[in-house]
Design a binder for this molecule. Structure first.
Ligand code: DAK
Length: 262
């Protein structure tokens, strides 16, 4: 399939989606949302892929937000639909059977911070900038920002960012727990790929189980979360990987983790 607003590539078992509207700092419009949906369809059907990386084309931006030129003309019902489609995309990233890393190479504002937060974790370059500046436009975050930000950094920090609209540095984003690691700009891609390949070398059954347990457990109480963990632990042992991983340890060799997703 050919794409206009994103670049979709595969490097071995790593899938890469690059937002590709550099003249508009990769702002998200409905075409981006639709093409990402198509790329996720492709990824879900391709059993050889183990990790997805999201990043931005160009040196300036990951995503500078939803496309303001598009949003300015939306009716309330169209705005609601755009928001719901954005939410669906976030849930699709969360429900993808493989982990998703946001490699943030510049501005990640509004919908950009929201897209990054829907990924499993965020790596950023030193020049990356984060924020929810929608308040300056007379609107509020519409792609899950009020919900995911507070879950990631706590209510106080989330309210401060959404109420002031200030843009923060990558280091500050790291200090509040929004970003996992910060790298010099020329090292970000190498480091992201290194981590993606490390995860890709693990068994897909246990990788998926970790992602599901942490995401689903986060939205429930500890006891139910632990029940989910016990079920997933049992499922890992139902796949050949559980036995193979432990036997390989005991036999002092590298495991061959080839279990299929259930
Ligand atoms: N949308 C459209 N175009 C954008 C854009 C955006 N978000 N951000 C930048 N651009 C365009 C600029 O208009 C400019 O285009 P030309 O004039 O060259 O044609 C080009 O990208 C370069 O931008 P600048 O010239 O402004 O570059 P600077 O380095 O001077 O400034 C900046 C970079 C990122 C600080 C600045 O561009 C900026 O402040 N951009 C807007 C950031 C922003 O406010 N982002 C949040 C957008 S609101 C919802 C759904 C979603 C959302 C909300 C509700 N529902 C439907 C309910 C999410 C909302 C948002 O994300």
């Amino acid at each position: 399939m050919s794409y206009q607003t994103i670049i979709f590539e595969k490097q071995g078992s790593v899938a890469i989606i690059k937002f590709n509207r550099p003249k508009a700092l990769n702002a998200i419009n409905p075409d981006v949302v639709a093409e990402m949906g198509d790329a996720l369809d492709e990824i879900e059907k391709d059993g050889s892929l183990r990790v997805l990386i999201l990043t931005g084309e160009g040196e300036k931006a990951f995503i500078a937000g939803a496309d303001i030129a598009h949003m300015v003309n939306l009716s309330p019902l169209e705005a609601r639909r755009f928001s719901v489609e954005g939410h669906d995309l976030g849930f699709r990233l969360e429900n993808l059977p493989i982990p998703v890393i946001a490699s943030v190479n510049g501005f990640a504002l509004g919908g950009g911070t929201e897209m990054a937060m829907a990924c499993d974790f965020i790596y950023a370059s030193e020049n990356a900038r984060f924020g929810q500046p929608e308040i300056n436009l007379g609107i509020i975050p519409g792609f899950g920002g009020t919900q995911r930000l507070s879950r990631l950094v706590g209510k106080g920090a989330a309210k401060e960012l959404c109420l002031t609209g200030v843009i923060i540095s990558a280091q500050e984003a790291k200090s509040i727990g929004l970003v996992n690691k910060v790298f010099p700009p020329d090292k970000l891609w190498e480091e992201t790929l290194k981590t993606a390949n490390l995860i890709a070398s693990k068994g897909r059954v246990s990788v998926r189980a970790v992602k599901q347990c942490i995401d689903r457990g986060f939205d429930t109480d500890l006891r139910r979360g632990c029940q989910m963990e016990a079920d997933a632990f049992g499922l890992c042992m139902a796949s050949p990987d559980g036995k193979e991983g432990m036997r390989a340890f005991l036999e002092k060799r590298k495991p061959e983790l080839e279990g299929e997703l259930i």
